[in-house]
Design a protein around this ligand. Structure first.
Ligand code: AP5
Ligand code: MG
Length: 216
């Protein structure tokens, strides 16, 4: 099964993709995570992407579709994938169709997380992760059990994304509205779209997504 999780910054795409990966053995393909890894490694893609990401704007369609194409080439076609943060433009949606065909795959569901943008800013600016294993925490909603120590791996270094400040979040949201929202009707017209309330508890959102994936 191949699915897309759609929604603005902070909608919970990464959170839910991580759960589906753990529960169903699917593979999460987050273009944001892959681009951040490229920035960290100092690769040519990373060097091109860094300033664009820090400004909250979109990296070029060629770069992100190239990353997805390359990654799918490393997976067996029966291995289900969750596209997290891709596609984000009409051009990427078209490129994804061609990439899926090339790799012998097709799209099963496009799930839109419906959210209240103003509440998302709070989610995003409070978010941080373990510097070692990447487990996510939040200043208001999810603290480590022992202050300053990761629950999962015991590390004591944490980090925040450079684009998780209020000003950049507003730009990311505007980019979503201008360039990503317009692709939603394309998937609706193909009968692939399902909507889930992304403002519920994390478990409730997961349950709603699982129900869509399990429906015959
Ligand atoms: P990307 O990394 O994809 O960021 P984003 O879309 O802005 O989304 P986020 O990762 O911030 O949010 P999320 O929906 O994953 O939410 P999360 O689960 O973390 O992209 C970053 C940048 O890379 C882009 O700006 C662009 O420059 C570039 N890029 C990436 N892909 C690209 C593409 N295809 N084309 C061009 N450029 C691209 O949740 C957020 C917080 O809320 C967490 O703290 C979480 O614990 C909490 N939370 C989640 N769900 C709930 C809930 N139900 N209730 C309460 N809290 C919750
Ligand atoms: Mg994410």
């Amino acid at each position: 099964m191949n699915i897309i999780l759609l929604g603005p910054p902070g909608a919970g795409k990464g959170t839910q993709a991580g759960r589906l990966e753990a529960d169903r053995g699917m593979v999460q393909l987050s273009t944001g995570d892959m681009l951040r890894a490229a920035v960290k490694s100092g690769s040519p893609v990373g060097l091109k992407a860094k300033a664009v990401m820090d400004a909250g704007e979109l990296v070029s369609d060629e770069i992100v579709s190239g990353i997805i194409d390359e990654k799918l080439g490393t997976l067996a076609s029966r291995q289900g994938v969750i596209f997290d943060g891709y596609p984000r433009t009409a051009a990427q949606a078209e490129q994804l169709d061609a990439i899926l065909t090339k790799h012998g795959r097709s799209l099963d569901h496009v799930i839109e997380l419906e959210v209240n943008e103003d509440k998302l800013v709070v989610r995003i600016v409070g978010r941080y992760t373990c510097g070692q294993c990447g487990t996510g925490y939040h200043d208001s909603f999810k603290h480590p059990k022992v202050a300053g120590v990761c629950d999962v791996c015991g590390a004591t270094e944490f980090k925040r994304r450079p684009d998780d400040n209020e000003e950049t979040v507003r730009t990311r949201m505007a980019e979503y509205r201008a360039k990503t929202e317009p692709i939603i009707p394309i998937y609706a017209a193909r009968g692939l779209l399902a909507r889930v309330d992304g403002m519920g508890e994390i478990d409730a959102v997961t349950a709603a997504i699982e129900a869509i994936l399990d429906a015959v």
